[in-house]
Design a protein around this ligand. Sequence first.
Ligand code: SAM
Length: 388
Amino acid sequence: MQSIMVKGRLEEYALHPWIFRPRVVRGEAGPGEAVLVYTQRGKFVGSAFYHPTAHIALRLYAREPQPFDYLYLKERLWAADQYRHALFPGEEVYRMVFSEADDLPGLIVDRYGEGLSIQINSLAFEVRREELADALEDLFAPAWIFERSESPARKKEGLSPVETVLRGTLPETHTIVLGGLRFRMPLHAPQKTGFFLDQRLNYQTIARLAEKRRVLDVFSYVGGFTLHALSGGAREVYAVDQSRNALDLLMENVKENRLEPSRVIPFVGDAFDVLKQLQFTRETFDLIVLDPPSFAREKKVVRRALKGYDELHRLVMSLLAPHGLLATFSCSHPLSWEDLLGSLERAARKTGRRFRIRGRFVQSPDHPILLGFPPSEYLRGWLVEALD
Ligand SMILES: C[S@@+](CC[C@H](N)C(=O)[O-])C[C@H]1O[C@@H](n2cnc3c(N)ncnc32)[C@H](O)[C@@H]1O
């Protein structure tokens, strides 16, 4: 393995698995090649994947000298899967690999029962795609392996979007079981493939809170929160999403689970417009879930994202019935807990209502957070209750 020398002291590299280009002082290697990293004083840092041009020059995958061969890849995948088995015994739907948090930088693997869906966000796995598919097939014998890699992170790695079936035949839609509910999810949809597995525990919380409540599920997608609310005994659920396809699947999911379709009112449209319309017609709700797409993938757009949140929070806070609950989420790593809370405070002032903080929501533990690596924490949510 080639050696690469980096600036600074060993402790600086103890936790964070990325090493940026300006830190590299000496050494070269091929695209995605596994290398050994040393400090200028000759201390061993770890084994890493090399990128010859990207700002993230090195992605550490081990803290000992370790070639990244087929056997090692299989070991890492197996260990990641075992971790999930311990978390959710007997379950067949989970995030099997969560990138740096599983020492497989830039790789995401979701298990959806008999099939696997993968995302590649680093050059390291781009050049190992076939090896990866072989390893997954060897270990887990999936019926299909589907790849949809189109995160903006790929651009920074010099990669273009990829959508392909790596193994087997992909069904048009696929049914998974989560929290005792059956969900049909799209595999070819334009905006999203799969399911929001990071909300797993939060779905259960909403189910527990929903009894006898009139619920508004904003950005509902195929109904993760809607169905859990119904199964928890919600009186009625309004589901809002701009995707007709997602709402069609949501209604199918309601029927598939023998929940009453008459208790669901789907709204296809822009959330901002629908919320204004509901405000105009003086609707109120006892429980509102707000789970928008990522508004801020980078620190520099946080301010703009907060403007969007301020408006959404103002609208939903005015739609809350007395003592109603609001569950609000952000899936953008740069948007902090305080950012989201600050937005809630501004909106509460504008609506002239007071609220109590009832709790926080976090990402499901099959998306583990790596200590010292902030990008691995991205899903945050607050539960607040109107005091009047
Ligand atoms: C993070 S997902 C929501 C996930 C969902 N809550 C769940 O648990 O499955 C975001 C959803 O917002 C929808 N969306 C994006 N922009 C929207 C807008 N302006 N108005 C309404 N829906 C929008 C997308 O179609 C997508 O289904």
